[in-house]
Design a protein around this ligand. Structure first.
Ligand SMILES: C[S@@+](CC[C@H](N)C(=O)[O-])C[C@H]1O[C@@H](n2cnc3c(N)ncnc32)[C@H](O)[C@@H]1O
Length: 301
């Protein structure tokens, strides 16, 4: 008997729930993940969800989505690597195993054009360090239509995905993919906004990560003994790459306390998010200059 979209979502949601998977890559529960897989397999749009729940699914679609769920369970692959897509800040991005699955709470800041910390009309140049899929860089370019954006990553593999997304969003003229170890290839550039979701997982935390995270590139996650290897370098050098009214925004996730402890004199402003997530701080260019000594010392360990 033909199953409807709704019946298939309920059935597969239960199958996923029974498998005790981990959800941290775009959805936080088995039902939503089943819905994404069914919609993907059937070629349906989430915006039309209420119109298609009672629609009967073809046998080919049922076989396809059952195979996807099987892989999700057996291989512990995040669903986004099966569908090769993820939404971020309201935009769709291509993703595969070369990049982290987009999920940063920074999306909420982009929606707000980083107000009240920035004047949107003054944002002309943006840098995204550790761009991965390019989600933050591209969403910034779409939020600031007059801005030029540099999307930097150390990984050539990740940058191949960045370029796919720049192309898909037709932003070739405004978003530049740059291979750079933090600021190494951006020597003379100054930005109004530097934003980064760098790797920030400590060695010890890496050992405890659910299997789904181990499907992501290690370069996107692992960041030394205290998770701050890349962040320390961003903090030490950002001052030289910001305009005088510029802003630095960095996600450090669960390494928030380690960072606060490592730099007790630096006035990190930790942001709150309506849609969940945290561990994101802002510092102004003026604060980076004022605390230059502590930030430089923090990079030498
Ligand atoms: C946590 S992922 C974030 C990806 C993307 N910005 C996002 O939010 O989904 C971190 C990214 O930083 C890159 N990365 C790691 N070390 C780096 C370094 N030293 N310089 C530049 N990028 C680096 C990784 O290749 C990875 O793509």
């Amino acid at each position: 008997m033909a199953l409807t979209v709704e019946e298939m979502i309920i059935t597969l949601g239960q199958q996923l729930a029974d498998a005790q998977l981990f959800y941290g890559h775009g959805s936080d529960n088995p039902h939503d993940e089943a819905a994404e897989l069914v919609f993907f397999a059937a070629g349906l749009k989430h915006e039309q969800a209420s119109d298609c729940y009672r629609q009967a699914l073809d046998e080919t679609v049922i076989l396809k989505v059952r195979a996807l769920v099987e892989r999700r369970i057996q291989e512990r692959l995040p669903a986004a690597y099966l569908t090769r897509r993820m939404w971020f800040a309201g935009h769709e991005f291509y993703v595969d195993e070369r990049v982290l699955v987009p999920r940063s709470p920074i999306a909420e800041l982009i929606h707000a054009q980083f107000e009240p910390w920035l004047k949107p009309s003054q944002v002309r140049r943006v840098l995204d360090i550790g761009t991965g899929s390019g989600c933050i860089a591209i969403a910034c370019a779409l939020a600031f239509p007059a801005a030029l954006v540099d999307a930097a990553d150390i990984s050539p593999d990740a940058l191949s995905v960045t370029r796919i997304n720049i192309d898909r969003h037709q932003l070739d003229g405004r978003v530049r993919a740059v291979q750079s170890d933090v600021f190494s290839q951006l020597a003379d550039d100054r930005y109004d906004l530097i934003v980064s979701n760098p790797p920030y997982v400590s060695h010890a935390e890496m050992d405890d990560l659910p299997a789904e995270y181990l499907r992501e590139p290690e370069l996107g996650l692992r960041a030394g003994a205290d998770g701050l290897d890349v962040v320390r370098r961003i903090l030490a050098e950002a001052e030289n790459h910001l305009q005088s009214q510029g802003l630095l925004v960095v996600e450090v996730g669960d390494s928030e306390q380690a960072l606060a402890d490592a730099y007790p004199s630096v006035p990190f402003l930790w942001l709150e998010f309506e849609q969940g997530g945290g561990g994101v701080f802002v510092l102004t260019a003026a604060q980076l200059i004022e605390h230059r000594g502590a930030l430089a010392a923090g990079a030498i360990r």
